[in-house]
Structure formats: C-alpha cells, structure tokens
Write a protein that binds this ligand. Structure first.
Ligand code: CTP
Length: 403
C-alpha cells in the first residue's frame, strides 16, 4: 500500500485500544504517509502523548489551551484540519462519537474534527454491550448521514473479557480503507480528468562545463502545487529543474535544465487544461557556451547574454479556449502593480505574486506569502507552501472538498 505524500491526522480517544494506535501510526508511516496526532485527555490515561509525539516526530495536540506554553497558539492545531488529507479517529469511543455527531468541540480532537475539511474516518471501538445500545446505534447512523466514513468494529475477544463486536480492526484493514477513501476523494475532486502541467525549480544556463547562471529556487512551491493538483483529482505532469527537494512519484515527471529545455517541454504539453508555471526561469542565457572550461585571466571580462524565450507569454499568446494559465511573479518592489502587468501582458487567468523581501516567504522556505490576483479578484494566502497551494487551487476552482 502506497500512501507516500499523504498527510494523515490520527485521532486517539480514551479506550483500551488506544495502545494499538501506536502500531497503526507505524504502519501508516511504513506506507509513506506523514502523521500528526491529536488525543483526547482521557486517551492519555491509556498511552502517553510522548509515545505519539516521538513516533510522529511532531507535537501531539491534546488541550485546546496550552497553559505551559501560551505562545503555541491553539489555532495552530485547527490548521491541522487543512493540512490533513484524511482524519482517522481510531479508536473512536462512544463518547467521542456522540460529541462528533452533535457538533461538540470541547477538546482539541473534537474541535479539529469540526474544522477539518478532509474526509473523516471513524473506527468505533467499544464493548459489545455499548455498541448495541440504541443511542450508539443512532449516533452511528447519524455519523453516516453526516458523510463520516465508518469502519465497522471486528468481533472477538474484548478487553472486558467478553466475546463480541467492538474490537478495533487490524491496521491493515484501516490502511486498506484509507487507500480506498483517498482514491474516491481524488475521483470526485474538482480537477478530476483535467490534464495539469506544473513547472518547478530553477533553470541553469551553462557558460562552460563547470559554471552556470541560476537562482536559489528550491522547487518547493511548484512541487506543492503539483501535489495539491493531484490530490484534487488532476492528471498531473511535473516539469522540474535541478532541485534537491524530494520528488513525488505519484505522477509523471520530466526534467529540464535550461530555459530552452523547459520551452521544448512546455510546447509538448501546451494542450494541457491547466498550466501552473512556478518555475524560476532565467531571463537570459550566455550568447556562447564554451565546450572547455574557461581559463582565468588577469583582466576584467564581459559576459554576453541573450534573452531566453518568455515561455509563459508564448503559452498565453496561443492559449486555447477554456485553458487556464496560472503564473507566478517574483518581485522585490511594487508587488501588486508588477504582477498585474504580467497577468495582462502574458494573457494569464491568475498570477501568484510573491514578495521576495518578506520574512519566511519566497525561495527555499517551507512557508510563503502569496497575493493571488485574477482579472477581477485578489486574495492573500500565507502559511506552509503545502497548505496554501491547496487553498489557492481550491479558491481558483471554487469547490471545497467533500467529506
Ligand atoms: N517565465 C517564463 N519564461 C521566462 C521568464 C519567466 O515562462 N523566460 C514565467 C515564470 O515562470 C513566472 C512568470 O513568467 O510564472 C513571471 O516570471 P518573473 O520572473 O516574475 O517575471 P519576468 O516575466 O521574468 O519579468 P521580470 O524578471 O522583469 O520581473
């Protein structure tokens, strides 16, 4: 089972099966997923939060208010609902089930469940007598009506010493259900059946075999855009320059080095339904490229440069009906005006304007601040590149994911 690149939020509630959640977390990680954990206060009576924070290599969210460290904003955890591709509550006690179907938010787990826009998978786990109680049966029915996904408990030996239905299914079953749900989610995504081309990373313009002109682009924003488009159902092709960031292999990838290489690839994919041009393309290339290493001299020297093709402007010029072109604008001055000018000049539908001088924005960072500009629209996005990429595409394509 492959869950690489998927963000799974694991909710652990206060039942004896909470100890099994640690194994479940490990199985998710082995399948390639990234994990964060939220626990109810009573779950911590069964397993310490430290177990989950060590395994997930991340803080565990238990309390809404952090008295010991108020600087750790409680709203941070609300963002987990946006970060997650799936929120899995395993085990889910009768108490938490009841809170979820009645919209209660009295701890971090239930608050995140209300805020989450991703699908919710509940693994109800309790004693057989409890699961047959009419109130629990009704809550389970309500959970289905709300569109929560349920994985029915298994039968067998229970912690009470009795035999019956109520056991937490094996991790393999939960992972299988996860894969199915994520596939279904993709199929009904707003970009389903759309061909999406995303470019990422820098170009390199070689002067000789050992020197080139380039820029510090890490490709992180483009890769995040490609991931977001893929999770929204798009048939994604990622065109990437030389980057060190890990490249997902869930979708097609083709590599480029120079702007001319990228130009050829862009022409090959010019019919795509959506083009997202996040690559940092060098505007110039050396007039000459020496096949041998240039030797140093004790004198000034001049480098002659000629312009590269403006790939996005050419795509804009030949834009077909219904095609959506999304560009980026890297600016240090007059962010909005310069970006709006590029939007018009390159015949784009949207432009993501990036102020390179802000804190935690632009090249190499994991976070970014983007001013998204459309022909009659403007909206700011700020936060982790992985999260805002998704928000930007959801905003552009106007559909919120369904549970
Ligand atoms: N771009 C492109 N081909 C180029 C240069 C840029 O396709 N030769 C694309 C970038 O990928 C980006 C958009 O055009 O989506 C704007 O790039 P940017 O570097 O901000 O602006 P430029 O058009 O190069 O203008 P300037 O450098 O003068 O700001």
């Amino acid at each position: 089972m492959d869950l690489s690149g998927k963000n799974i939020l694991l909710g652990v509630t206060g039942g004896i099966a909470a100890y099994k959640s640690a194994y479940l977390l490990r199985e998710y990680q082995k399948a390639g997923a990234e994990l964060r954990v939220t626990m109810t206060p009573s779950a911590t009576r069964f397993v310490g939060a430290e177990t989950f924070s060590t395994l997930s290599r991340h803080d565990v969210a238990v309390e809404v208010f952090n008295d010991t460290n108020p600087s750790k904003s409680w709203t941070k955890h609300i963002h987990w609902g946006e970060w997650a591709d799936l929120f899995v509550i395993a085990p889910c006690t009768a108490n938490t089930l009841s809170k979820l179907v009645h919209g209660q938010a009295d701890n971090m787990l239930t608050s995140v469940a209300l805020a989450a826009r991703c699908p919710l998978l509940l693994c109800p786990t309790m004693d057989a007598e409890m699961i047959h109680h009419p109130a629990v049966r009704r809550n389970l029915k309500m959970a289905e009506e709300y569109g929560f996904h349920l994985l029915q408990p298994e039968s067998g030996y229970l912690a009470s010493g009795l035999e019956g239905t109520g056991r937490l299914p094996e991790p393999e079953e939960i992972l299988k259900k996860t894969v199915t749900l994520l596939k279904q989610q993709r199929a009904k995504g707003p970009l389903s059946k759309k061909k999406v081309v995303v470019t990422a990373g820098p170009t390199r313009e070689f002067l000789d075999p050992v020197r080139f002109i380039s820029n510090p682009s890490s490709g992180k924003m483009g890769i995040a855009m490609a991931e977001a488009a893929h999770s929204m159902g798009g048939e994604v092709t990622l065109l990437h320059g030389p980057v060190e960031s890990p490249l997902p292999d869930r979708f097609r990838r083709e590599s480029f080095e120079s702007a001319d290489d990228l130009f050829r690839l862009a022409q090959k994919h010019a019919k795509a339904d959506i083009v997202i041009m996040s690559a940092a393309v060098s505007d110039y290339k050396p007039v000459e490229r020496n096949s041998r290493k240039t030797k140093k001299k004790d004198a000034e020297t001049t480098l002659r440069l000629e312009p590269n093709p403006d790939i996005l402007a050419l795509l804009g010029k030949n834009k077909r009906d219904g095609q959506i072109l999304i560009g980026f604008a890297m600016e240090t001055d007059n962010l909005e005006n310069n970006a709006l000018e590029k939007l018009k000049k390159k015949n784009l539908d949207w432009i993501c304007a990036n102020n390179l001088t802000g804190d935690g924005t632009g090249f190499e960072h994991d976070t970014n601040q983007i001013l998204l500009l459309g022909k009659n629209d403007r909206k700011t996005f700020q936060g982790e590149k992985k999260i805002i990429s998704r928000q930007i595409l959801e905003y552009i394509f106007k559909e919120k994911p369904k549970r």
